[in-house]
Design a binder for this molecule. Sequence first.
Ligand SMILES: NC(=O)c1ccc[n+]([C@@H]2O[C@H](COP(=O)([O-])OP(=O)(O)OC[C@H]3O[C@@H](n4cnc5c(N)ncnc54)[C@H](O)[C@@H]3O)[C@@H](O)[C@H]2O)c1
Ligand SMILES: O=C(O)C(=O)C[C@]1(C(=O)O)C=C[C@@H](O)C=C1
Length: 315
Amino acid sequence: MPNRLGPPLETPLFDRIALIGLGLIGSSIARAVRHRNLARTIVAIDRDDATLARVRELRIADEVTSDLAAGVRGADLVILCVPVGACETVAKTMKASLKAGAIVSDVGSVKASVIAQVQPHLPDGVSFVPAHPVAGTEYSGPDAGFATLFLKRWCILTPPEGTDEAAIERMRDFWSALGSDVEVMTAQHHDLVLAITSHVPHLIAYNIVGTAADLETVTQSEVIKFSAGGFRDFTRIAASDPTMWRDVFLHNKEAVLEMLARLNEDIALLARAIRWGEGDKLHDLFTRTRAIRRGIISQGQETPEPDFGRRREDP
Ligand SMILES: NC(=O)c1ccc[n+]([C@@H]2O[C@H](COP(=O)([O-])OP(=O)(O)OC[C@H]3O[C@@H](n4cnc5c(N)ncnc54)[C@H](O)[C@@H]3O)[C@@H](O)[C@H]2O)c1
Ligand SMILES: O=C(O)C(=O)C[C@]1(C(=O)O)C=C[C@@H](O)C=C1
């Protein structure tokens, strides 16, 4: 697969795309949509004035507004790029302004809760195709975004039963045009899988960095001074946005608790192997996990870094 986004389309996929929330994900979508000419008009909607001012300076949207109801009017694709806990408020505010035939989507890291928050508020004739681009960084806000964020990454669509097939196909085409590999699954399955591959790893990172910082014998300065290796990798993840991750855990409660219970059992087994000197057990596990890491790298599923204005190759 190529390392760059493709050329601009001659005919855009959508006439008017409204993006709600212009942080890391919303601004990356705006940049990629602009680069590939996927919409005639990009409307940027955010409740934060400083974000809107920055979006204007960056020139990544054609129209910029804090008025949600006015911003979605006439859009044929509306994408919620806000923390998952904000989705119901957004859905209620925009519902009366949605155009008949529009597609509403989102990018939330949790899917069943977003569907429960949004779907009841959508008028007949509007299709809801929830999406989760499994791509991100620990940075937030419009400066952190970049057009190639979704390149060679998965985007998971979780359409509720009965969703218009044509709308699903349009969203598949949209995410493919952003460079993603698209997969469709149920929201429940998504939430279970992502609990162990994304949510619990973040919880572990927040926890280990918090514990290290709290240890009385390890002062804050030692945490910083000696964090050259494995711990440093945890600190990157533990720097992820607090609002976003608070919402992820509160909105994927059952699946996260289920996976945490399983993890606790496995940690107890590891502790036992260490206590009784069962080196073979440790060695076998570490050999299996190394193979998993190498498999991920050979598939090219590594996260690129944001450039924050440094020179970056054209997407
Ligand atoms: N950061 C990641 O790695 C990542 C990856 C995939 C999906 N996601 C999902 O994408 C969504 C956005 O995450 P992000 O990292 O872009 O966050 P972000 O903090 O960078 O941006 C969120 C934006 O939403 C705006 N916002 C919040 N509430 C709003 C409201 N009620 N109305 C209008 N605007 C509102 C904020 O002002 C902010 O500009 C989340 O649901 C998250 O779960 C994040
Ligand atoms: O690479 C990172 O910084 C991420 O945490 C990205 C990551 C992930 O867990 O893979 C985080 C949350 C999203 O919902 C999708 C992607």
